[in-house]
Design a protein around this ligand. Structure first.
Ligand SMILES: C[S@@+](CC[C@H](N)C(=O)[O-])C[C@H]1O[C@@H](n2cnc3c(N)ncnc32)[C@H](O)[C@@H]1O
Length: 298
């Protein structure tokens, strides 16, 4: 059966005109387990690639490598919180790398937590359906927080950093990836591309922040020892090349519906423009909560 529009896709397309209170959940309800542009089934990150994206076999390695790289910064054997865990593919990887005493996966999209149930069970992870900016945990609950490619969706990065700081124990680590925006659009083509991305992914204008702004928000929340890496050439460039190849293949084989492939092609072209014109990059950020006396709850 060829890939076509699902009822959730159509709801997503309709919602692009006017998102409700929870745009991320509308988007990710639509995407489901078999997202056409996903680099590998069940994975929603862009991957940390070896090579330029021309070898399709790299894709399933790249998505894991990105998570392994971030999870390597988590304290070993601690209580770990995974914020915005997607469909749960990353949780067994986090469990393997960080060998946590406990693993908690927090996601605002309930359908993803349900779809990822088996992978969460494999990782011995507890699922929590909640917002990253209002976490239902006591202060000093975790030794590590990991957040892979999700923070641009949050209603406020400042509120996320403040929550991550609150729930981490002193000395705890936050390891995350994000998509910083280095400049505002110049001219109509760039403006259309930027707007298309914001609408398609249900993002607020405040999602557009530079790497320096993002690191500044982390330090304003109290985090120290920031390590910042910009790796768009290992993430965005090869991922775009890979999906262009996938679209080419679909156009030739006609397995997916033509309108579906065209819509995906338009999205990829807009993302290409933002990358080619150096408007977006990919950030790996590791910060630490300073050691200090615990503050009583409440
Ligand atoms: C681009 S996906 C990344 C998923 C996964 N980390 C991965 O890399 O495959 C963004 C994830 O963030 C989640 N998310 C978006 N907004 C959220 C929020 N306010 N609180 C918690 N999770 C959120 C989405 O439901 C989705 O799972």
């Amino acid at each position: 059966m060829g890939r076509g529009w699902t009822r959730d896709n159509l709801r997503h397309a309709q919602a692009m005109l006017r998102y409700g209170r929870n745009p991320a959940a509308t988007v990710y309800d639509s995407i489901g387990d078999d997202f056409f542009l996903a680099l590998a089934p069940g994975w929603l990150n862009l991957g940390l690639w070896e090579g330029d994206g021309s070898d399709p076999r790299e894709a399933s390695l790249a998505v894991r490598r990105l998570v392994e790289r971030l999870a390597a910064d988590l304290p070993h054997g601690g209580d770990v919180l995974d914020v915005g865990n997607g469909l749960g593919e990353q949780d067994p990887v986090i469990a393997a790398v960080a060998a946590p005493r406990s693993l908690t996966a927090l996601n605002i999209t309930l359908s993803q937590l349900r779809a990822g149930r088996a992978r969460l069970a494999e990782a011995r992870a507890r699922a929590v359906n909640a917002d990253a900016t209002r976490m239902p945990f006591r202060r000093d609950s975790f030794d590590g927080v990991i957040c892979v490619e999700a923070a641009f969706h949050f209603p406020s990065r400042a509120a996320f950093f403040s929550e991550a700081f609150r729930v981490l124990r002193p000395g705890g680590v936050l390891a995350m990836s994000d998509v910083p925006v280095s400049r505002w659009p110049r001219g109509p083509r760039e403006a259309v591309a930027a707007l298309a991305m914001l609408r398609a992914w249900g993002l607020r204008r405040t999602a557009a922040a530079s790497a320096r702004d993002i690191a500044g928000l982390a330090s304003a929340a109290g985090f120290v020892d920031a390590r910042i890496e910009l790796v768009g050439d290992r993430v965005i460039a090869p991922a775009l090349r890979f999906v262009r190849g996938r679209l080419e293949h679909e156009r030739e084989t006609r397995e997916a519906s033509r309108s579906y492939v065209s819509a995906a092609g338009i999205m990829v072209a807009q993302a290409d423009l933002l990358w080619e014109r150096s408007m977006v990059d990919y950030l790996l950020l590791r910060v630490r909560k300073p050691l200090g006396p615990p503050v009583p709850d409440g």
